[in-house]
Design a protein around this ligand. Sequence first.
Ligand SMILES: Cc1cc2nc3c(=O)[nH]c(=O)nc-3n(C[C@H](O)[C@H](O)[C@H](O)COP(=O)(O)O)c2cc1C
Length: 217
Amino acid sequence: MTTELRARLRTLPSFPRELPEFAPDAAPTTPQELFLAWLDEAVATGVLAPHAATLATVDETGPSARVLVLKDVDADGWAIATPADSRPGQAMTASGRAALTFFWPALGRQVRVEGEVRRADAADAAADFRDRPAEARATALVGRPTPTLADDAEYAAARAEALARVEADPSLVPETWALWWVAPGTVEFWQASHDRAHTRLRYRADADVWVRERLWP
Ligand SMILES: Cc1cc2nc3c(=O)[nH]c(=O)nc-3n(C[C@H](O)[C@H](O)[C@H](O)COP(=O)(O)O)c2cc1C
């Protein structure tokens, strides 16, 4: 069984026949510019959830990872939102560090952002929260009296109560809602190639400039 599974896993499709060219020597001077160009191409190619990234954090119990959506990119870095009292929120507060990984299989591309985390100020977090649809705001407002859920009825009651609060006060923002900026020390761009001679380009922050370095495939 294991042998069969191993053989099957080796034959699963990864990338389309045509993959884009990536000329690292012609890459822009900042990783933000290249990231936004690649994000545009992912959108144009029809990649679903192209703004979804895996956020990796570490706390005293070890590493953990989950998918989140990108909120913004600017000269300071990459912004994400997750509650301050969630596992990643607490881990980022304690360690001050995180990694984000984007994967766009239709283009054979991966981007890895690693660096220091800064929590955005309350006004920025509130603006992000108020931009969410009412249902998403209600989901975030649902109180979690216990770490695990007893049954659907328990959740339905808590959610109905949260939805009523959101409808009564559309400006409501939970204190724990938080926006975080990952200010990268490194950003790596990976372009797959069918001959497995993949292309990797890393931007490394060095004082005020971005150093561009090729990495072995
Ligand atoms: C596509 C996708 C987008 C998500 N976006 C977010 C997000 O922006 N913020 C967030 O806190 N959780 C988001 N989640 C849920 C997280 O992956 C995770 O389930 C949740 O944050 C709880 O993780 P934790 O137990 O590590 O706190 C998203 C999940 C998926 C699959």
